[in-house]
Design a protein around this ligand. Structure first.
Ligand code: 7RM
Length: 650
């Protein structure tokens, strides 16, 4: 069996976590299973500030999901910013809420809870002046500046619904999202800074909004001071609207089930879906999981180096940590700027105690050599987290031994945009860990494995990962398309939520996520749909058909492999490849890139015209000898061409 890393002794400072040992974990787990409503009502009432406390827990279920979303704490009334700000201003106003580390090392800003509260109120007042009302949608397209978190919270203050779009997405992608959610306000900044490079955020917004009539205003934060194009009447400078606004803004009451935000995420088919999270349940769950997983303490300096454009940034940079009165760091740069020591330099300078990143970053940094780590004092570190993709045991061990000096807890946290927060993970410092395993489900999470004949698999084995029971932080619906929500997650197995992931359970009941079993790619921890790549590629004139699959990549986890069928009369060349790269970049964004192109005479299709992706996958994975049965193919000869022309990384 695999190695087990026992738990290092708890350090002496006090932990307030509601779970102090494995017996308490088992107790909480059993209670959440036997009395989920009572369990979560307790957690919700205890952890959050309510204007009206909820009196009941769950309404609806997975079985009645086609009739409408389930709900948690349906009669509760709150405003999430009161839990994240106001109550902390009463108890610890001068505690640092946000540490901002800019693109250049040592370019630092600190905002106390008092200051953050004031900025959020001012921004909310400014947004209200611009006409924003409760329930309306706001697109936030920004880099990692404190104002991005302030913008999110200001929307929440007014009961408006934010949708953050990662600053790497293209104008096309921004336009799709603006339209889909019917936003009337966009918040952006002049330019972004990342790894010494400039990101033209305002320019992309302008391009996205060409011809979009219903956008009333674009609020622009000045980050770099560079000159940017301006649309009179529509565009408003942040400093002009916000700096003079009132310091207090009443928190607008929202029902627990009112949407807090929409976050677009890629699936196996079609355009990204607007996943909807609600106020009461989401904040209850992110606050609870943030404390129990990371063993959060009052004096922690907590740093999650994700981007707020992804769910990890929402749940574990902004909402969970602020609800928990933590000091949370926002990092504008990249792990290799100016060199591969940047994270550990920050650990030393800020005294970071909890650090949370993705396996892809760990692999990239491990490849640069230990000297970048050794140079810095990392004695403050206590908990090291990972998220976004399976972590290979070598990377896990490097994180544990080299970064953590063999004395920190590693928490491999498995979760998804749709789950709102962590679902399967060790609890630091309680759970004994195994490199590569996300270990055990958190209280309230009931994972199940389905075997190939769609039966529930008991005991050890491998299957498709489902969840048997709703929890408060789970997404409620897809914005504007509940049937799509049902079809995507609840139609595979009636009465269960299907994650899209494969998973193995070992004899200790530990979970090992094996990766997506659908057509979702996970490149450097970024979730992307094969359908999005394919539609960008077939939009190019010379392309007749495109088939996209993932393949194992030593640093990125997964790389993108594109099979291209050209229109008759065209032949591949460098200029065409460059054009294809551009098409993907323009349609999706700079973070999306094909690693390998293979030009083929045709795609392997069944007689009914369905592309046999299994064949494309096996060839891309370098296993052309494991194609399985190809007798149902319409034209088996294309397989020969595909196998003989297979590409691989240099
Ligand atoms: C938080 C986030 C979700 C997908 C998910 C998995 C993969 C995430 C882990 C993981 C193995 C992990 N949201 N994934 N965490 N796989 N171990 N600890 O990443 O919506 O962007 O992606 O990411 O495939 O389904 S996400």
């Amino acid at each position: 069996m695999s190695e087990i890393y026992p738990v290092p002794p708890r350090v002496s400072t006090r932990s307030d976590s509601p779970i102090q040992d494995m017996a308490q974990y088992r107790e909480a787990y059993a209670r959440a299973q036997n009395d989920p409503e009572g369990f979560w009502l307790d957690v919700a009432r205890r952890r959050l500030r309510w204007m009206k406390e909820p009196t009941h827990g769950l309404d609806g279920s997975y079985h009645t999901i086609d009739e409408g979303p389930f709900s948690w704490f349906g009669d509760g009334v709150l405003n999430v910013t009161e839990s994240c700000l106001d109550r902390h201003v009463e108890t610890r106003p001068s505690k640092t809420a946000i540490i901002w580390e800019g693109d250049e090392p040592g370019e630092v800003r600190k905002l106390s809870y008092r200051e953050l509260h004031k900025q959020v109120c001012r921004t909310a007042n400014a947004l209200r002046e611009l006409g924003l009302k409760k329930g309306e949608r706001v697109i936030i397209y920004m880099g990692m500046v404190p104002e991005a978190a302030i913008a999110m919270l200001a929307c929440a203050r007014l009961g408006a619904i934010h949708s953050v779009v990662f600053g790497g997405f293209s104008a096309e992608a921004v336009r799709d999202r603006v339209r889909d959610c019917g936003a009337e306000i966009v918040i952006t900044q002049d330019k972004g800074r990342r790894g010494g490079k400039s990101i033209p955020l305002k320019e992309v917004v302008d391009k996205a909004l060409e011809g979009e009539q219903h956008i009333k205003h674009v609020l622009v934060y000045r980050r770099t001071g560079e000159e940017v194009p301006w649309v009179e009447g529509r565009d408003v400078w942040w400093h002009e609207a916000v700096d003079g606004a009132e310091d207090l803004c009443p928190a607008v009451p929202t029902m627990a089930e009112d949407p807090l935000f929409i976050l677009y995420t890629s699936g196996s088919t079609g355009k990204p879906k607007g996943v909807v999270h609600t106020c009461g349940g989401y904040l209850t769950f992110t606050s609870y999981t943030h404390e129990i997983v990371f063993d959060l303490r009052e004096h922690d300096v907590y740093a999650c180096v994700a981007d707020i454009g992804w769910i990890t940034g929402h749940s574990y940079i902004v909402y969970g940590p602020l609800a928990n009165r933590a000091t949370t760091l926002m990092f504008e740069s990249i792990p290799t700027y100016p060199d591969a020591g940047r994270y550990w330099d920050m650990v030393e300078r800020h005294g970071i105690t909890i650090f949370y990143t993705a396996p892809t970053a760990i692999r990239a940094l491990a490849a640069q050599g230990d000297e970048h780590v050794d140079k810095y004092d990392r004695r403050t570190l206590r908990v090291l987290g990972t998220v976004g993709e399976p972590i290979n045991p070598d990377a896990w061990r490097w994180y544990y031994e080299i970064v953590g000096d063999g004395r920190c807890n590693i928490v491999d946290t498995y979760w998804q945009t749709e789950t709102g927060g962590v679902t399967i993970s060790p609890l630091a410092p309680l759970t004994a860990t195994k490199p590569g395993s996300a270990t055990l489900p958190l209280p309230g999470i009931v994972p199940l494995l389905m075997d190939d004949s769609d039966r529930i698999l008991r005991g050890p084995g491998e299957g498709r990962l489902c969840m048997a029971f709703p929890w408060p932080g789970q997404a409620r619906t897809v914005w504007g398309d509940h049937p799509r929500f049902v079809a995507t997650y609840f139609n595979h197995y009636k009465g269960y939520y299907f994650t899209g992931d494969g998973c193995r359970r070992d004899t200790d009941g530990y979970h090992w996520i094996t990766g997506r079993v659908d057509d979702v790619l996970n490149v450097s921890g970024h979730r992307m749909g094969t359908a999005e790549f394919e539609s960008a590629l077939v939009a190019v004139d010379e392309v007749a058909e495109a088939g996209i699959v993932g393949f194992p990549h030593p640093i990125k986890g997964q790389g993108v492999y594109a099979y291209i069928v050209l229109q008759p009369g065209f032949a591949p060349n460098d200029a065409l490849e460059a054009k294809l790269h551009r098409a993907v970049r323009d349609q999706i964004g700079a973070h999306a890139r094909v690693d390998l192109f293979q030009f083929v005479p045709g795609l392997p299709k069944t007689r009914s015209g369905k592309v046999m992706r299994r064949i494309l996958r096996k060839v891309a994975e370098g296993e052309p000898d494991k194609l399985g049965d190809i007798s149902t193919l319409a034209d088996p000869s294309v397989v020969e061409a595909i196998v003989s022309g297979a590409r691989s990384l240099p």
